[in-house]
Structures are given as structure tokens and as C-alpha cells.
Design a protein around this ligand. Sequence first.
Ligand SMILES: [Zn+2]
Length: 607
Amino acid sequence: MIAAPRKAPVDDLGRLRAGVALLAALALLAGLPLAGHALPARLVLALDGVAYRDLQTLQAGITRTNFWGRTRRLQAFTATEGYFPVGRLISTFPSISDVAWTDIFGDRPLPGYQRTYYSAAANSLMAFDGVTTTMEYERQMDWQAQNKLVRAMGYLFPERSFRYEMHGLAVDFFNRASQPRTYYAYFRASDDAQHLDRDIFALLCQLDQQLQKLRARYQAREGRDLEIVMLSDHGHNHAGRGIRVRPRAFLEQAGYHVVNSISGPRDVVLPIAGVESWVEVHCDPRATEKLAGLLCQLTGVEVLAAAVPDQSNRFLVMNAKGERAGLEWNPSRNSFRYAPVDGDPLKYRPVLDALARNHQLEAGDFASAESWTAATMSHHYPLALERIAQGLTRGALNPATILISLDNRYVNDSWPVQQGSRLVDCGSTHGGLDDLCSDGILLSNFTPTRDTSTARVAGQFNNFFDVKDYHAVETGAELVTKPEESLTRILRDPVDRDFQQSPGEGIYLRIWSPQLAALDGQAPLTVAIEKLPRYSTSPRPQRLMLDQPLPLSAGRASERIYALPAGLRLEPLAEYRLSGWIQQPAKVGPLFIFSFRTSQEGRPVPF
Ligand SMILES: [Zn+2]
């Protein structure tokens, strides 16, 4: 039951004032800035796609000679400025933005690795526009380029977009005089710039100068240095335009059908967005092993990993030479076993030998994730075992059956992207399992950082517990299930905990809006469900009245979760639109609206 907000009666006011005074005194004792007076104490800058080797090079300094023979020294983020040596932040596999940032902030896994993905429940390829859709990690940022035009411009004028991002951050940051928590900002043009072969060293030097100015202004105002954490989600291979791999033609020649939905062992779905150094393959599980063996022969493949059908947490790893190893994950101990069967596709035999010498191999030749992490941090395939296991299980809510890491001389892209990319300079990409694609950065000016990974970095910064609580300040809605929601690694919203503990299974509608907090908790929600596309002859939308929200924590009046009726049946494998209103006060258009697809059974598909 949601408690309706109430005004504090007069006799409560005295107690309220005493409480505020006590809190203020405690804050002073703890040396914390008081809300209403101080700028954020810390800046976390999420910098898309900055590679470890590039920032390491820049910290050491490089000398450049220009056309006229004059030399210039480039150096940034130095010890003199107070920065500690940059550390590695190993990406997910695939080493791509949405998956990696979601892991860094411990959010619920996304429906697919990319915004074009295959939904198993809907048996359909789904496509969302990468420019207009916003992922959870983006909503958690205090600042990011939200303007769609600006985001699209990043693909054309990345340097200008990067300067816009730096300027926007600087302006917005100094307007946050009443935000005592950390300020989180996300820059995406750093990644666009590298895809388009721009000079990342020059951009990072500009960023360094901008941050120096920001720190000086901050010091003058607050009397202390601004704490900065910079981190990135993956590396960049700087391998040039690349030769295009042709998985579609290759598979069709071998008698497979590249399709949008799977109805037999010869059907394969290949979701793709952009220019990448990896390939995701979805197929009938019965076809996995044969297909994996075949795909090893595709020109450009370096390493391939597949889920072993009907055996949870067992995987097959192969390389272009057809070498093969088994990989097993024990989730309860978080340990991994790498068993070369024929050759050594990951070149991990020396690592295995070292683990054995150091008595780090447990029963059955498993070693802990931490042992593997320490032993492979600077390997050509860093942390490969856990990244493959994660990638093929919970890296996305619809994981691929086969993931391929390409040789960096090759790229995977769709034909229209290939045609479009001829017009611009394509200089670099990422997505693979190797160190060039995978090694991102972790840098700070107030604490030495340890080499780490997307799954672990939050542990060095209090779990990034204070990212923006967007559920409290934005309006939105989604379909959720408990198994899916339970994959959220960092539980920040009390509603996530309440939801797991509530009785019942099935599909739920979660809604959030500041408007809800102002309403009676009992005000029912009216939902309209209509089939898409909509014609003038279409039947009227189906209406549901939801009036039994799940009991949630007091103080979260801006959120509600309703179970969808168990008997709700719609047309199978179709697309629908769902909109909702709270009846009070007067109707002023829907509170939210989104589309979804249905399963073979006619049930709504949450992901
Ligand atoms: Zn990225």
C-alpha cells in the first residue's frame, strides 16, 4: 500500500526543525558539505571508448613533428596535475558501450547487446534507433548530450561535439550548488571521434585543459580540489578501415537462411548495428555445435565462443585454426575451468601452468574468478573466461548462441552502413575479446586505482551508489518480470527489493513519475492496449483498470508496480501499443506510452 503524502501538522514542525538541526550538526562533524551551499564533491566522468594504451601513452608524453618539421610535445593527465597512473578497466565481451556501461553501473542487463537485437520470446528481430533511445545508464547521468541533433552530429563532426560536451558539462556543473552527491557526466563523442579516425590524443589534451580550468574555478569557490574519476567502457583498435567479413553470404552458401525469426535448425539471425569487430549469432540450439565449427572457417574470425546446448554454464571456445577448448563456470563459487581439448584457442596454457605452480587450481581444475583476473589482466585476451561466460548468459537478456571476436584487420557491418561509411574516414572500431578492443581506462586525481573490470570497478567507488535516481524525477513505464529484474547487480532503488519479495509471478507493469507522488496511492490506473499498425477500421483499444499496486516501501510514492491480469491474451507474435492514465485529476493525455510485442502464446513480451 502506498502512503499518500501528507502535510506535517503544526505539532510535528518543532520535531522536524530539531531533526534538521541535528542532521546539520552531524554533517559538520563528518566534514560533509551542507545541501544548499556546496558544489558536488566529486566528478565521475564516463568517457566513451578511451583506450588504456592511449591514455598511458599520453601520461608518459609523446613528441610530434608537424609538416614544417617543428616538434611539439603532447602530455596530459600527469602526476604534476595530481593524477595517479592510469589503470586498466577491462570491458565486457562483446566490448561495446551499452553492455559495458550497464555492467559498470551494475544495472539490469539490457534486452540485447545492441539496439538492434533478437528477442527469443517474440521470435523476432527488434530494432531501436540508437540516436533516440536512452538506456538506463544514460538516465543515471547528471549530464549527457540528450539533444538528438547533437547526438547525431557526433557522427559527422565529432571534435565539435566533444567540445560541446565539455562546455555543457562545465556550465551545468557550476549550476549544481545544492547537490552534495557526486556529479556524473557521460561523453560519447570521444568514441565517435575514434571511429571516424580523429586524433584522440589532441582531444584528450583539450579535455585535460578544460578540467584544469574547472578544477581551478572549483578550488577558488570551494577551497578544495575537485575529486575526479575518469573511466571508459572499452578500448579502440585504431586498425584502419578494415576488410568486411561476410557472414551472411558465407552461411547462405553453406545452406543456412539468414532470417529475422527462427523456425528450424537452418535459420540464423545476425543482428547488426554499426561497424564492429565482433559478430553475434542466434540459432536453434540444436544447430550450435555444427554452426560453430563452420563459422571458424569464416575469413576474419579470430576466436569464437558458443553456449553448449542443454548444459547451463558450459561453453565451447574455438579459433580460426579449429583449435578447441571447453569452458565451465561454477556460479556458486564464481570459479572457472579452461580445458584445452585440441590445441589452445585462447593461448591460456602458460596461464594454466602458472595457476598450477601457485596452487591456485582447486578441485576439478577450477580456479577462482579473482585468480584468473590477476593472471590474465595483461594477456592478449584479458579475463576471457568470465567475459565469455557472462556474454553468453547474462550479458544481455537475450544472449547470443555464438559470439565471434574478429581479427582486428576485419570489420563486421551491414551493407547500408558500409556504403555510408565510404563517405567518411573509418579508422577504428572495437567489440572483440582482445586487449586493444577491451582495455578501457580508470583514472583518478585523489586515490590510486587498481586494474579492474566493468563488473568490479563500482566496488572501488562505493558502488556508485549516488547516481541520479531517475525513477524519482522522470516519467516512464516498462514491462518487467522478477527473474529479469533479479539480474540487477547493484540494487539502488528500494522498489527493486520490494518487487523481488512480493508474492506472485508473471508479467508486471512498472510505472514511475513525480506526478504519482502527488496523487492518492489508491487512484486506479487505466491502461489502453491497441494493436499496431493502427487503421481507421481497427477495433477500439482494449481497456484495463488496474487498482491493486504491489505494496512498496514508504517514501517511493513516485513508483508503482501492477501485475498484468494472468488471463490477458492478445494476438500471437504481433506488435501492440500500451498507454496509461491515472484518472485523477482530469485527464490530460496519457502518463506514458510504449510499444511491445507478443509471444507465440499471445502474452506480452517484456524483453
Ligand atoms: Zn563505448
